[in-house]
Design a protein around this ligand. Sequence first.
Ligand SMILES: [Zn+2]
Length: 315
Amino acid sequence: MNDLSLAIDLGGTKLLLGVVDRKGNILASRRYPSPLAEGKQQHEIASIMLDCIDDFSSKAPMDGVKHLGAGVVGRVDDESGLWLEIEPGRCETVELEKLLRQKTGLDCHIDNDVRCAMRAERVFGAGRGSNDFLYMNIGTGIAAAFVTGGKVLRGHSFNAGEVGHVAVDVFGDVPCPCGRRGCAEMIASGVGLDSRARALIHSYPASRLQIPDGARVDAKQIFDLAETGDELCRRLMYEAAEAAAALIMNLVWVTDPETVVLGGGIVSDGRMFQSILSRLNAGSMRFASGGVRLSTLDPGLTGLIGAAMCAFQMP
Ligand SMILES: [Zn+2]
């Protein structure tokens, strides 16, 4: 008998809905524009999600769908089913799980998007079988999910894992909107590479890096140009890899994981990943016997599969 989940992955670039089975197979999916980018309030975004469920349900085969899981950005109280915040300054408690249940009548669960991705890694990916692992997403921003002794770390305010604001360059001059200086996110993420490129480009008149208006600097272009010897891009990549490696080692000293899994668009093509690996110190990493691994899951689908695992309450 089918036992399927309707999965919802709400990210900064897309809203993805799909029907997923317990083995992580995606039987149907549909992509919608992300309502996050337009600066909407959370209740408006929740309302758009409900509309998308209507549209998706009218087009996709829903036979056997009994559960619903949603992974959303920001702080999530997964026990009470509350979506508390998108980011600092965009806080509005929305009873998202209740709204989804009222809409669909399904068994509904919600969680933070990075914790959902961690679930996918834990069930199907590089974190499989490990009770002590760290999943870190290096994409637009940087965030992590920690599994220690088989338990997921959530924190007093459900804000555990916002490791992009661990400072790795405390005597540097890189400001962060959080109020600190030298946060890893402002050096090593997509947002960080963009802002560092804009801050440094005038000191490198020979650089061929394109700085677009109204869009982020393309990280892949930075990596391509670094390989051709472009001094600005070599510096950006060097600093990003140093910052990410410092962050990983700092976290390894805190939680002593068996395995570290890296996912997200900045590391997915392997170049930044290799650069980070080469900067890890053997002494710091000596007990991480499972190593530092690059996610083997499709980065565009990890969140959706993870949302389904949240629906099934796996693991
Ligand atoms: Zn910060």
